[in-house]
Design a protein around this ligand. Structure first.
Ligand code: BGC
Length: 380
């Protein structure tokens, strides 16, 4: 990769010393000459979809951070279509992008692209979702995904009153009817979220305080392909007809993502939930999408998990700068993320449970959203 840097500098007719310094300024673009050299370096950024706010924010933040550091950015979205994403990455490699940052749609579908990147000397950072089945992933930036699941499970139980926020037993005893949703099985994160949540919920299923009336308790039964809202709505409608026709009501729903939660909420509202006689169940989520934050503020959804994508983008940019300078990026986890071929060194960030009580503290005070956005449920 250093060679690629030298070549880029030569091509621009710059002195070798400019790109060889590799110290501060060369990567950060803060020195005039370093910035000029960085201008010849292009980072390909492959994002999965624009149908979810978080990926739009991720793409924008990564792009802005890289540009500020002096790099050119080739940002592509793939409409959640696997062949489109493969093609986009193929093109990034043929065009000679110098480093790739990839948030995969299907984490197992990119081995040949990654092999081609490796052969061309292009380092690859796996962004948020681990790329599996390839030895050619150099680094992973994400959140502590198992803990995200623990937080989802915990907030479901605190919402039901089975647990207090400090983890001690709550005043409620149940039994509560709970249905379980998981994410897309081709996304490595889905399993981590599920494992974290189920490690917290399973003891309550075992004690009989949580009852899954549908009997659908495996991740395969609970999965939602591509994390699609409509798919989740359809499954919730089916669960209501098949398992709650005899008069029982749903008290809680484990949902791994805000879009899925909104699908679940629509199905429940269509079935008459959300009134004094038939209150909305405790419903979890993830990503603090603005429409869902409003639903939480309005008492419709119970919780979400806030993952500050600004910080994740910053980590990706820091790792990219290190790698383009020929250095090892700093990892804070070198054991958890085995992708089937290697354990990928990772930098993991922490997430936070958000409920109505702490929206202001977590999202408004940190300027993730303005109060007006929370009130209207619309960004901007
Ligand atoms: C991300 C989540 C997101 C989900 C659906 C996962 O890989 O980690 O933040 O909710 O994809 O987009």
């Amino acid at each position: 990769m250093i060679t690629r840097r030298y070549l880029a500098a030569f091509a621009a007719g710059l002195a070798l010393t400019v790109s060889a310094c590799g110290g501060e300024g060369a990567g950060s673009g803060t020195s005039g000459s370093g910035g000029a050299a960085d201008g010849d370096i292009t980072v390909g950024v492959a994002m999965p979809t624009q149908t979810s706010e978080r990926w739009i924010a991720d793409g924008n933040n990564v792009k802005a951070g890289l540009e500020e550091a002096g790099y050119e950015v080739d940002l592509q979205y793939a409409n959640d279509d696997i062949p489109t994403q493969s093609q986009q990455i193929d093109q990034m490699i043929t065009k000679g992008d110098d480093l790739l940052i990839v948030a995969a749609i299907d984490g197992t579908a990119l081995s040949s692209q990654l092999a081609a990147a490796k052969a061309a000397g292009i380092p690859v950072i796996s962004y948020d979702r681990l790329i599996r089945g390839s030895g050619d992933v150099d680094f992973y930036v994400s959140f502590d995904n198992y803990n995200v699941g623990v937080q989802q499970g915990t907030s479901l139980l605190t919402g039901l009153g089975l647990l207090n926020e400090d983890g001690s037993p709550g005043t409620a005893t149940g039994p509560f009817n709970v249905e379980l949703f998981a994410g897309s099985l081709d996304d490595n994160n889905a399993q981590f979220f599920w494992n974290g949540a189920m490690d917290v919920i399973q003891p309550f299923i075992d004690s009989g305080q949580v009852v899954v009336q549908s009997g659908q308790t495996t991740i395969d039964q609970a999965a939602t392909l591509r994390w699609q809202q409509e798919t989740a709505q359809k499954r919730m409608e089916d669960l209501l007809t098949s398992a709650y026709n005899g008069g029982g009501t749903v008290d809680g729903v484990l949902s791994p993502y805000d879009g899925i939660s909104r699908g679940i909420i629509t199905a429940l509202q269509n079935a008459g939930y959300g009134s004094a006689e038939k209150p909305m169940p405790i419903i979890t989520g993830q990503d603090a999408e603005i429409a869902s934050v409003k639903l939480i503020n309005d008492g419709v959804q119970y919780s979400t998990i806030f993952k500050d994508t600004r910080k994740l983008a910053e980590e990706a940019v820091t790792a990219a700068e290190a790698m383009l300078d020929g250095e090892e990026p700093e990892a804070n986890d070198t054991t958890t993320y085995d992708n089937g071929v290697k354990v990928v060194p990772a930098y993991l960030l922490e997430s936070q449970i958000v409920t109505k009580d702490n929206i202001v503290e977590t999202l408004v005070d940190t300027e993730y959203y303005s109060q007006a956005e929370v009130d209207t449920g619309q960004a901007g």
